[in-house]
Design a protein around this ligand. Structure first.
Ligand SMILES: *Cc1c(COP(=O)(O)O)cnc(C)c1O
Length: 466
Protein backbone atom coordinates (compact mmCIF):
# COMPACT_ATOMS: atom_id res chain seq x y z
CA UNK A 1 0.00 0.00 0.00
CA UNK A 2 1.08 3.53 -0.90
CA UNK A 3 4.29 3.59 -2.88
CA UNK A 4 4.86 7.34 -2.41
CA UNK A 5 3.30 8.67 0.78
CA UNK A 6 3.07 7.38 4.32
CA UNK A 7 2.60 3.61 4.40
CA UNK A 8 -0.50 3.93 6.59
CA UNK A 9 -2.21 6.49 4.35
CA UNK A 10 -3.45 5.21 0.98
CA UNK A 11 -3.35 7.84 -1.77
CA UNK A 12 -6.60 8.98 -3.44
CA UNK A 13 -6.31 6.45 -6.23
CA UNK A 14 -5.72 3.64 -3.75
CA UNK A 15 -8.64 4.78 -1.61
CA UNK A 16 -10.92 4.57 -4.64
CA UNK A 17 -9.62 1.11 -5.52
CA UNK A 18 -10.23 -0.07 -1.96
CA UNK A 19 -13.74 1.37 -1.99
CA UNK A 20 -14.52 -0.14 -5.39
CA UNK A 21 -13.27 -3.55 -4.34
CA UNK A 22 -15.29 -3.60 -1.14
CA UNK A 23 -18.36 -2.22 -2.89
CA UNK A 24 -18.12 -4.79 -5.63
CA UNK A 25 -18.02 -7.59 -3.06
CA UNK A 26 -21.08 -6.22 -1.23
CA UNK A 27 -23.14 -5.65 -4.35
CA UNK A 28 -22.49 -9.23 -5.48
CA UNK A 29 -23.33 -10.43 -1.99
CA UNK A 30 -26.69 -8.63 -1.78
CA UNK A 31 -27.56 -9.62 -5.36
CA UNK A 32 -26.92 -13.25 -4.50
CA UNK A 33 -29.02 -13.36 -1.32
CA UNK A 34 -32.32 -14.53 -2.88
CA UNK A 35 -30.69 -17.70 -4.21
CA UNK A 36 -28.04 -18.16 -1.51
CA UNK A 37 -28.16 -21.20 0.73
CA UNK A 38 -29.83 -20.31 4.03
CA UNK A 39 -26.98 -22.03 5.86
CA UNK A 40 -23.67 -23.36 4.67
CA UNK A 41 -21.38 -24.62 7.40
CA UNK A 42 -19.78 -27.46 5.44
CA UNK A 43 -16.09 -27.35 6.17
CA UNK A 44 -16.47 -24.31 8.44
CA UNK A 45 -14.46 -25.89 11.22
CA UNK A 46 -11.47 -26.58 8.99
CA UNK A 47 -11.70 -23.11 7.49
CA UNK A 48 -11.82 -21.61 10.98
CA UNK A 49 -8.72 -23.50 12.02
CA UNK A 50 -6.86 -22.38 8.94
CA UNK A 51 -7.84 -18.72 9.27
CA UNK A 52 -7.02 -18.62 12.93
CA UNK A 53 -3.63 -20.17 12.40
CA UNK A 54 -2.65 -17.51 9.86
CA UNK A 55 -0.89 -14.67 11.70
CA UNK A 56 -0.90 -11.13 10.23
CA UNK A 57 1.89 -10.57 7.69
CA UNK A 58 4.91 -8.39 8.44
CA UNK A 59 4.73 -6.97 4.92
CA UNK A 60 1.54 -5.96 3.07
CA UNK A 61 -0.48 -8.42 0.98
CA UNK A 62 -2.55 -7.26 -2.01
CA UNK A 63 -6.10 -6.07 -1.26
CA UNK A 64 -7.56 -8.69 -3.63
CA UNK A 65 -6.06 -11.43 -1.54
CA UNK A 66 -7.36 -9.95 1.72
CA UNK A 67 -10.81 -9.47 0.19
CA UNK A 68 -10.83 -13.05 -1.03
CA UNK A 69 -10.14 -14.20 2.53
CA UNK A 70 -13.03 -12.09 3.84
CA UNK A 71 -15.36 -13.50 1.20
CA UNK A 72 -14.27 -17.07 1.88
CA UNK A 73 -14.71 -16.58 5.65
CA UNK A 74 -18.14 -14.95 5.30
CA UNK A 75 -19.41 -17.68 2.98
CA UNK A 76 -19.38 -20.31 5.73
CA UNK A 77 -22.26 -19.16 7.84
CA UNK A 78 -25.90 -19.21 8.66
CA UNK A 79 -27.18 -16.67 6.13
CA UNK A 80 -28.49 -14.14 8.65
CA UNK A 81 -28.81 -11.47 5.96
CA UNK A 82 -30.97 -13.51 3.57
CA UNK A 83 -34.75 -13.80 3.08
CA UNK A 84 -34.84 -17.36 4.44
CA UNK A 85 -33.46 -16.43 7.84
CA UNK A 86 -36.41 -16.90 10.20
CA UNK A 87 -34.48 -17.94 13.31
CA UNK A 88 -33.99 -16.15 16.65
CA UNK A 89 -34.77 -12.51 15.75
CA UNK A 90 -33.66 -11.53 12.24
CA UNK A 91 -32.79 -8.04 11.10
CA UNK A 92 -31.35 -8.36 7.62
CA UNK A 93 -28.94 -5.44 7.57
CA UNK A 94 -29.80 -2.42 5.44
CA UNK A 95 -27.20 -1.53 2.84
CA UNK A 96 -27.91 2.18 3.38
CA UNK A 97 -27.06 1.76 7.04
CA UNK A 98 -23.75 0.14 6.11
CA UNK A 99 -23.01 3.22 4.01
CA UNK A 100 -23.90 5.45 6.97
CA UNK A 101 -21.49 3.41 9.06
CA UNK A 102 -18.78 3.71 6.41
CA UNK A 103 -19.16 7.49 6.44
CA UNK A 104 -19.18 7.59 10.23
CA UNK A 105 -16.01 5.54 10.48
CA UNK A 106 -14.29 7.32 7.60
CA UNK A 107 -14.96 10.70 9.21
CA UNK A 108 -14.04 9.35 12.63
CA UNK A 109 -15.62 12.22 14.55
CA UNK A 110 -15.81 11.88 18.30
CA UNK A 111 -19.42 12.24 19.42
CA UNK A 112 -19.25 11.00 23.01
CA UNK A 113 -19.06 14.59 24.26
CA UNK A 114 -21.21 16.83 22.14
CA UNK A 115 -18.95 19.90 22.02
CA UNK A 116 -16.27 17.98 20.06
CA UNK A 117 -18.49 17.51 17.00
CA UNK A 118 -21.81 19.26 17.72
CA UNK A 119 -23.21 18.71 14.25
CA UNK A 120 -22.84 14.96 14.23
CA UNK A 121 -23.81 14.73 17.90
CA UNK A 122 -26.96 16.67 16.99
CA UNK A 123 -27.81 14.17 14.25
CA UNK A 124 -27.58 11.36 16.78
CA UNK A 125 -29.58 13.36 19.34
CA UNK A 126 -32.17 14.06 16.63
CA UNK A 127 -32.65 10.35 16.02
CA UNK A 128 -33.22 9.86 19.75
CA UNK A 129 -35.67 12.79 19.86
CA UNK A 130 -37.62 11.18 17.02
CA UNK A 131 -37.80 7.91 18.95
CA UNK A 132 -38.91 9.68 22.14
CA UNK A 133 -41.70 11.29 20.11
CA UNK A 134 -42.66 7.96 18.58
CA UNK A 135 -43.31 6.65 22.08
CA UNK A 136 -44.96 9.87 23.30
CA UNK A 137 -42.30 10.48 25.91
CA UNK A 138 -42.47 13.98 27.38
CA UNK A 139 -40.10 16.94 27.26
CA UNK A 140 -36.97 16.07 29.21
CA UNK A 141 -36.82 12.53 27.87
CA UNK A 142 -33.70 11.29 26.12
CA UNK A 143 -31.54 8.28 25.63
CA UNK A 144 -28.51 6.62 24.15
CA UNK A 145 -27.63 4.40 21.24
CA UNK A 146 -25.95 1.25 22.49
CA UNK A 147 -24.41 -1.76 20.79
CA UNK A 148 -27.59 -3.76 21.37
CA UNK A 149 -30.57 -4.52 23.54
CA UNK A 150 -28.54 -6.26 26.22
CA UNK A 151 -26.56 -3.13 27.07
CA UNK A 152 -29.67 -0.97 26.84
CA UNK A 153 -31.32 -3.27 29.37
CA UNK A 154 -28.20 -3.06 31.51
CA UNK A 155 -28.28 0.74 31.64
CA UNK A 156 -32.01 0.63 32.40
CA UNK A 157 -31.39 -1.67 35.36
CA UNK A 158 -28.59 0.64 36.57
CA UNK A 159 -31.02 3.59 36.42
CA UNK A 160 -33.68 1.69 38.32
CA UNK A 161 -31.13 0.54 40.88
CA UNK A 162 -30.15 4.16 41.56
CA UNK A 163 -33.68 4.76 42.90
CA UNK A 164 -32.56 2.71 45.92
CA UNK A 165 -29.36 4.76 46.34
CA UNK A 166 -26.46 2.58 47.52
CA UNK A 167 -28.55 0.24 49.59
CA UNK A 168 -29.85 -2.26 47.08
CA UNK A 169 -28.88 -5.68 48.51
CA UNK A 170 -32.53 -6.15 49.45
CA UNK A 171 -33.74 -4.83 46.11
CA UNK A 172 -36.09 -6.81 43.89
CA UNK A 173 -36.63 -6.80 40.16
CA UNK A 174 -39.71 -8.34 38.52
CA UNK A 175 -39.96 -9.74 35.01
CA UNK A 176 -42.03 -12.49 33.46
CA UNK A 177 -40.89 -16.06 32.94
CA UNK A 178 -40.77 -15.23 29.24
CA UNK A 179 -38.50 -12.18 29.67
CA UNK A 180 -35.25 -12.13 27.72
CA UNK A 181 -32.27 -13.54 29.64
CA UNK A 182 -30.40 -10.25 29.16
CA UNK A 183 -32.59 -8.91 31.99
CA UNK A 184 -31.24 -11.56 34.37
CA UNK A 185 -27.74 -10.81 33.11
CA UNK A 186 -28.22 -7.07 33.62
CA UNK A 187 -29.51 -7.63 37.17
CA UNK A 188 -26.44 -9.69 37.93
CA UNK A 189 -23.99 -7.26 36.28
CA UNK A 190 -25.62 -4.36 38.11
CA UNK A 191 -24.54 -6.00 41.34
CA UNK A 192 -27.83 -7.33 42.68
CA UNK A 193 -27.60 -10.59 44.65
CA UNK A 194 -28.62 -13.73 42.73
CA UNK A 195 -32.10 -13.95 44.28
CA UNK A 196 -33.06 -10.33 43.47
CA UNK A 197 -34.88 -11.26 40.27
CA UNK A 198 -38.43 -12.56 40.58
CA UNK A 199 -39.74 -14.32 37.50
CA UNK A 200 -43.50 -13.89 37.39
CA UNK A 201 -45.74 -16.54 35.85
CA UNK A 202 -47.52 -15.94 32.57
CA UNK A 203 -51.09 -16.36 31.39
CA UNK A 204 -52.18 -18.66 28.54
CA UNK A 205 -51.03 -16.09 25.98
CA UNK A 206 -47.55 -16.04 27.61
CA UNK A 207 -48.01 -12.51 28.96
CA UNK A 208 -47.05 -11.62 32.50
CA UNK A 209 -49.83 -12.40 34.98
CA UNK A 210 -50.29 -8.96 36.57
CA UNK A 211 -52.15 -10.37 39.58
CA UNK A 212 -49.21 -12.64 40.29
CA UNK A 213 -46.94 -9.60 40.03
CA UNK A 214 -48.99 -7.74 42.63
CA UNK A 215 -48.86 -10.73 44.96
CA UNK A 216 -45.09 -11.07 44.55
CA UNK A 217 -44.48 -7.39 45.31
CA UNK A 218 -46.71 -7.56 48.39
CA UNK A 219 -44.99 -10.71 49.65
CA UNK A 220 -41.56 -9.11 49.21
CA UNK A 221 -42.63 -5.95 51.02
CA UNK A 222 -43.95 -8.09 53.87
CA UNK A 223 -40.49 -9.59 54.20
CA UNK A 224 -38.92 -6.16 54.40
CA UNK A 225 -37.44 -6.31 50.91
CA UNK A 226 -37.21 -3.34 48.54
CA UNK A 227 -38.93 -3.78 45.17
CA UNK A 228 -37.52 -1.30 42.66
CA UNK A 229 -38.11 -2.36 39.07
CA UNK A 230 -40.77 -4.02 36.92
CA UNK A 231 -39.70 -5.13 33.45
CA UNK A 232 -42.50 -5.54 30.95
CA UNK A 233 -41.76 -7.36 27.70
CA UNK A 234 -43.08 -5.50 24.67
CA UNK A 235 -42.73 -8.50 22.39
CA UNK A 236 -41.02 -11.56 23.85
CA UNK A 237 -38.28 -13.28 21.90
CA UNK A 238 -40.05 -16.65 22.06
CA UNK A 239 -43.50 -15.75 20.78
CA UNK A 240 -43.76 -11.97 20.57
CA UNK A 241 -46.08 -11.84 23.59
CA UNK A 242 -46.75 -8.35 24.93
CA UNK A 243 -47.16 -8.03 28.68
CA UNK A 244 -50.24 -6.10 29.90
CA UNK A 245 -48.37 -2.80 29.89
CA UNK A 246 -51.23 -0.55 31.14
CA UNK A 247 -51.72 -2.82 34.17
CA UNK A 248 -47.97 -2.93 34.81
CA UNK A 249 -47.84 0.87 34.56
CA UNK A 250 -50.62 1.19 37.15
CA UNK A 251 -48.91 -1.22 39.51
CA UNK A 252 -45.50 0.42 39.09
CA UNK A 253 -46.98 3.86 39.68
CA UNK A 254 -48.90 2.80 42.75
CA UNK A 255 -45.90 0.97 44.20
CA UNK A 256 -43.38 3.66 43.27
CA UNK A 257 -41.36 1.31 41.05
CA UNK A 258 -39.39 1.97 37.88
CA UNK A 259 -41.14 0.50 34.85
CA UNK A 260 -38.88 -0.66 32.05
CA UNK A 261 -40.29 -1.89 28.74
CA UNK A 262 -38.06 -4.34 26.92
CA UNK A 263 -39.10 -3.67 23.33
CA UNK A 264 -35.83 -4.87 21.80
CA UNK A 265 -37.73 -7.06 19.39
CA UNK A 266 -41.16 -5.45 19.23
CA UNK A 267 -40.46 -1.73 19.58
CA UNK A 268 -40.49 -0.50 16.02
CA UNK A 269 -43.89 -2.08 15.35
CA UNK A 270 -45.01 1.10 17.08
CA UNK A 271 -44.62 2.66 13.62
CA UNK A 272 -47.60 0.63 12.38
CA UNK A 273 -51.23 1.13 13.34
CA UNK A 274 -51.68 -2.44 14.57
CA UNK A 275 -48.40 -2.37 16.45
CA UNK A 276 -49.29 0.94 18.11
CA UNK A 277 -52.60 -0.54 19.31
CA UNK A 278 -50.94 -3.64 20.69
CA UNK A 279 -48.13 -1.78 22.44
CA UNK A 280 -50.42 0.68 24.15
CA UNK A 281 -49.19 1.51 27.65
CA UNK A 282 -45.53 1.54 26.59
CA UNK A 283 -45.66 5.36 26.63
CA UNK A 284 -46.01 5.16 30.43
CA UNK A 285 -42.69 3.34 30.91
CA UNK A 286 -39.77 5.04 32.65
CA UNK A 287 -37.42 3.50 30.11
CA UNK A 288 -37.69 1.56 26.85
CA UNK A 289 -35.16 -0.71 25.16
CA UNK A 290 -35.22 -0.79 21.37
CA UNK A 291 -33.07 -2.73 18.96
CA UNK A 292 -32.72 -0.96 15.61
CA UNK A 293 -30.66 -3.98 14.52
CA UNK A 294 -33.83 -6.03 14.81
CA UNK A 295 -37.03 -4.23 13.87
CA UNK A 296 -35.35 -1.40 11.96
CA UNK A 297 -33.37 -3.93 9.88
CA UNK A 298 -30.00 -2.35 10.69
CA UNK A 299 -26.78 -4.37 10.65
CA UNK A 300 -25.81 -5.84 14.01
CA UNK A 301 -24.47 -3.43 16.59
CA UNK A 302 -27.19 -0.87 17.27
CA UNK A 303 -29.48 -0.87 20.27
CA UNK A 304 -31.16 2.02 22.03
CA UNK A 305 -32.35 3.01 25.46
CA UNK A 306 -34.95 5.74 25.89
CA UNK A 307 -35.52 7.23 29.32
CA UNK A 308 -38.53 9.34 30.33
CA UNK A 309 -36.38 11.57 32.53
CA UNK A 310 -32.98 11.80 30.85
CA UNK A 311 -31.57 13.40 33.98
CA UNK A 312 -32.00 10.07 35.78
CA UNK A 313 -29.95 8.39 33.08
CA UNK A 314 -27.25 11.02 33.40
CA UNK A 315 -27.15 10.86 37.19
CA UNK A 316 -26.81 7.08 37.08
CA UNK A 317 -23.88 7.17 34.65
CA UNK A 318 -21.91 10.41 34.88
CA UNK A 319 -18.55 10.91 36.53
CA UNK A 320 -16.01 13.63 35.80
CA UNK A 321 -12.25 13.46 35.18
CA UNK A 322 -9.57 16.15 35.21
CA UNK A 323 -8.20 15.18 31.78
CA UNK A 324 -11.63 16.00 30.35
CA UNK A 325 -11.74 19.49 31.88
CA UNK A 326 -11.13 21.29 28.56
CA UNK A 327 -14.30 19.89 27.05
CA UNK A 328 -17.17 22.29 27.39
CA UNK A 329 -20.56 20.92 28.16
CA UNK A 330 -23.08 22.04 25.60
CA UNK A 331 -26.31 23.12 27.26
CA UNK A 332 -28.48 22.20 24.31
CA UNK A 333 -26.99 18.86 23.38
CA UNK A 334 -26.67 15.77 25.54
CA UNK A 335 -23.22 14.26 25.93
CA UNK A 336 -23.67 10.55 25.42
CA UNK A 337 -20.57 9.68 27.45
CA UNK A 338 -22.34 11.15 30.51
CA UNK A 339 -25.35 8.92 29.97
CA UNK A 340 -23.78 5.57 29.27
CA UNK A 341 -21.03 3.22 30.46
CA UNK A 342 -18.94 4.19 27.41
CA UNK A 343 -16.60 7.12 26.87
CA UNK A 344 -15.13 6.54 23.42
CA UNK A 345 -17.24 4.78 20.85
CA UNK A 346 -18.07 5.15 17.19
CA UNK A 347 -20.62 7.70 16.03
CA UNK A 348 -23.78 5.59 16.00
CA UNK A 349 -26.16 8.21 14.67
CA UNK A 350 -25.44 8.05 10.94
CA UNK A 351 -26.26 4.39 10.60
CA UNK A 352 -29.87 5.11 11.63
CA UNK A 353 -30.17 8.62 10.27
CA UNK A 354 -29.05 7.84 6.72
CA UNK A 355 -31.55 5.00 6.09
CA UNK A 356 -34.35 7.22 7.47
CA UNK A 357 -33.32 9.95 5.05
CA UNK A 358 -32.94 7.69 2.03
CA UNK A 359 -36.00 5.47 2.51
CA UNK A 360 -38.30 7.69 4.58
CA UNK A 361 -40.21 6.48 7.64
CA UNK A 362 -43.04 5.23 5.43
CA UNK A 363 -40.85 2.49 3.95
CA UNK A 364 -40.18 1.15 7.46
CA UNK A 365 -43.84 1.36 8.42
CA UNK A 366 -44.87 -0.61 5.31
CA UNK A 367 -42.12 -3.20 5.76
CA UNK A 368 -43.18 -3.80 9.38
CA UNK A 369 -46.83 -4.01 8.37
CA UNK A 370 -45.83 -6.63 5.82
CA UNK A 371 -44.10 -8.67 8.58
CA UNK A 372 -47.29 -8.65 10.66
CA UNK A 373 -49.23 -9.89 7.63
CA UNK A 374 -46.66 -12.58 6.83
CA UNK A 375 -46.70 -13.92 10.40
CA UNK A 376 -50.50 -14.04 10.28
CA UNK A 377 -50.34 -15.95 6.97
CA UNK A 378 -47.78 -18.40 8.34
CA UNK A 379 -49.96 -18.92 11.43
CA UNK A 380 -53.13 -19.59 9.40
CA UNK A 381 -51.37 -21.92 6.95
CA UNK A 382 -49.58 -23.92 9.63
CA UNK A 383 -52.83 -24.34 11.56
CA UNK A 384 -54.16 -26.20 8.51
CA UNK A 385 -51.38 -28.78 8.80
CA UNK A 386 -52.97 -31.65 10.75
CA UNK A 387 -49.65 -32.95 12.12
CA UNK A 388 -48.87 -29.62 13.80
CA UNK A 389 -50.14 -27.64 16.73
CA UNK A 390 -49.75 -23.87 16.58
CA UNK A 391 -50.86 -22.80 20.04
CA UNK A 392 -50.42 -19.02 19.98
CA UNK A 393 -51.83 -16.51 17.51
CA UNK A 394 -48.93 -14.13 16.81
CA UNK A 395 -49.15 -10.86 18.74
CA UNK A 396 -46.36 -9.56 16.50
CA UNK A 397 -44.31 -11.53 13.95
CA UNK A 398 -43.22 -14.72 15.74
CA UNK A 399 -45.04 -18.02 15.21
CA UNK A 400 -44.35 -21.04 17.43
CA UNK A 401 -45.37 -24.58 16.42
CA UNK A 402 -44.57 -28.23 17.13
CA UNK A 403 -45.64 -31.72 16.19
CA UNK A 404 -48.98 -32.57 17.73
CA UNK A 405 -47.83 -36.12 18.56
CA UNK A 406 -44.13 -35.89 18.96
CA UNK A 407 -41.56 -35.62 21.71
CA UNK A 408 -38.36 -33.64 21.84
CA UNK A 409 -36.48 -36.02 19.55
CA UNK A 410 -39.15 -35.87 16.83
CA UNK A 411 -39.33 -32.10 16.94
CA UNK A 412 -35.58 -31.78 16.95
CA UNK A 413 -35.42 -33.97 13.85
CA UNK A 414 -38.17 -31.91 12.25
CA UNK A 415 -36.09 -28.76 12.76
CA UNK A 416 -33.03 -30.45 11.27
CA UNK A 417 -34.99 -31.55 8.20
CA UNK A 418 -36.51 -28.12 7.69
CA UNK A 419 -33.11 -26.43 7.93
CA UNK A 420 -31.57 -29.06 5.62
CA UNK A 421 -33.75 -27.53 2.86
CA UNK A 422 -31.19 -24.71 2.86
CA UNK A 423 -33.99 -22.37 1.82
CA UNK A 424 -35.10 -21.39 5.29
CA UNK A 425 -33.45 -21.45 8.68
CA UNK A 426 -35.52 -21.75 11.87
CA UNK A 427 -34.62 -22.08 15.55
CA UNK A 428 -36.28 -23.73 18.51
CA UNK A 429 -37.15 -23.02 22.12
CA UNK A 430 -38.98 -24.64 25.02
CA UNK A 431 -42.56 -23.61 25.78
CA UNK A 432 -44.91 -25.31 28.26
CA UNK A 433 -41.94 -27.55 28.97
CA UNK A 434 -42.02 -28.81 25.37
CA UNK A 435 -39.53 -28.48 22.54
CA UNK A 436 -41.06 -25.96 20.13
CA UNK A 437 -40.01 -24.62 16.75
CA UNK A 438 -40.49 -21.00 15.84
CA UNK A 439 -40.59 -18.73 12.83
CA UNK A 440 -39.56 -15.13 13.34
CA UNK A 441 -40.43 -12.94 10.37
CA UNK A 442 -38.45 -9.75 10.61
CA UNK A 443 -35.92 -9.38 7.83
CA UNK A 444 -36.71 -6.63 5.35
CA UNK A 445 -35.73 -9.18 2.69
CA UNK A 446 -38.38 -11.75 3.64
CA UNK A 447 -41.53 -11.49 1.55
CA UNK A 448 -44.64 -13.56 0.77
CA UNK A 449 -42.92 -15.93 -1.65
CA UNK A 450 -40.43 -17.10 0.96
CA UNK A 451 -43.11 -17.51 3.61
CA UNK A 452 -45.24 -19.64 1.23
CA UNK A 453 -42.15 -21.70 0.52
CA UNK A 454 -41.41 -22.00 4.24
CA UNK A 455 -44.93 -23.29 4.90
CA UNK A 456 -44.56 -25.86 2.10
CA UNK A 457 -41.24 -27.09 3.48
CA UNK A 458 -42.64 -27.33 7.00
CA UNK A 459 -45.81 -29.07 5.80
CA UNK A 460 -43.83 -31.67 3.83
CA UNK A 461 -41.43 -32.38 6.68
CA UNK A 462 -44.20 -32.53 9.30
CA UNK A 463 -46.00 -35.13 7.20
CA UNK A 464 -42.81 -37.16 6.83
CA UNK A 465 -42.19 -36.97 10.57
CA UNK A 466 -45.56 -38.48 11.47
C1 LIG B 1 -32.74 -9.60 21.31
C2 LIG B 1 -33.39 -9.22 22.57
C3 LIG B 1 -32.66 -8.66 23.62
C4 LIG B 1 -31.15 -8.54 23.58
O1 LIG B 1 -30.75 -7.68 22.58
P1 LIG B 1 -29.29 -7.82 21.89
O2 LIG B 1 -29.35 -6.76 20.88
O3 LIG B 1 -29.24 -9.21 21.32
O4 LIG B 1 -28.28 -7.60 22.93
C5 LIG B 1 -33.34 -8.24 24.73
N1 LIG B 1 -34.66 -8.38 24.82
C6 LIG B 1 -35.41 -8.92 23.84
C7 LIG B 1 -36.89 -9.04 24.01
C8 LIG B 1 -34.79 -9.37 22.67
O5 LIG B 1 -35.52 -9.93 21.71
Amino acid sequence: MSAGGHPLEPNPEEMRALGDGALDLLVRFVEGLPTASSADLDGALELGRELRATPPPEEPVPFERALATVERAAAKAIETAGPGYLAYIPGGGLFTSAIGEFLAQGLNRYTGISSVAPGLAAIEAGVIDWLCDLFDLPEGSGGILTTGGSLANFSAVVCARSTLSEDFVNGNVYASEQAHHSIAKAVRLAGFPPDALRLIQCDDALRMDADALERAIAADRDEGRRPCLVVGSAGTTNTGAIDPLPRLAEIAEREGLWLHADAAYGGFFQLTERGGERLVGIERADSITLDPHKSMFLPYGTGCLLVRDAERLRRAHSLGATYLQDLEVDEDLPSFADQSPELTRENRGLRIWLPLQLHGIGAFRRALDEKLDLAEIAYERLRDVPELEVPWRPQLSNVAFRLRDGGEEDNRRLLERINASRRIFLSSTVLDGRYTLRISVLSHRTHGDRIEEAVEIIRTEARRAS
